[in-house]
Write a protein that binds this ligand. Structure first.
Ligand code: IMP
Ligand code: MG
Length: 181
């Protein structure tokens, strides 16, 4: 595996190996297995990016769960935008259910805020969020981010679900945007 990759007009350097990512996924799974031991939970995967994390995480879970997907979009190139679009909405009845949202990354929190607003009148019992990565320095909300695989600096990453204009999602490792110096 190369230590740097070029995608479209940008160069990225290797940041997290498959083993690092697996360890982060296992940490999240352990917390969820502990906290939802006696519960029945609806897992909502946010497409597209979170499917990579979700598949690995779900294989490590031993809790009673059902799985569904929602699709949102907030990114344009390497910049988060303030508007989050609902591309595929919620189709499940969440009344009296515990909901666990699976995200690839919580960056500014706009997407998380949008999901919270979207679900607040659903009658669900509670909602928590599990994310592979979190950028605490970019985060603007007071809402807790319940399950974090790894905290990362406020730099753009690709690989293992993270994309740059649609490319790079399938890379097994995670790469960080190379600084122009
Ligand atoms: P937020 O709404 O700013 O929290 O951003 C959430 C979404 O932006 C994530 O679900 C990702 O799809 C995308 N995103 C945030 N940071 C990155 C990154 O470093 N690389 C690729 N996508 C990112
Ligand atoms: Mg996403």
């Amino acid at each position: 595996m190369n230590d740097s990759v070029t995608v479209l007009d940008k160069t990225f350097v290797k940041y997290l190996s498959e083993a690092d990512i697996d360890a982060a996924e296992q940490r999240v799974a352990d917390m969820i297995n502990r906290d939802y031991k006696d519960d029945d939970v609806i897992i909502l995967i946010t497409l597209n990016g979170a499917i990579f994390f979700a598949v690995e995480l779900l294989k490590k879970l031993h809790v009673k769960c059902r799985v569904s997907c929602i699709k949102l979009a907030s990114y344009n190139g390497t910049q988060s935008t303030n508007t989050v679009q609902n591309l595929i909405g919620l189709t499940e009845d969440l009344r009296d259910q515990r909901v666990l949202v699976i995200e690839d990354i919580v960056d500014t929190g706009h997407t998380y805020q949008h999901i919270t607003n979207m679900l607040k009148d659903s009658g669900m019992r509670d909602m928590r969020i599990a994310t592979l990565a979190h950028k605490p320095d970019a985060y603007k909300l007071d809402l807790p981010v319940h399950y974090v695989g790894i905290n990362i600096p406020n730099k753009f990453v690709i690989g293992h679900g993270f994309d740059y204009n649609g490319y790079g999602r399938n890379f097994p490792d995670i790469y960080q945007l190379k600084e122009n110096r």
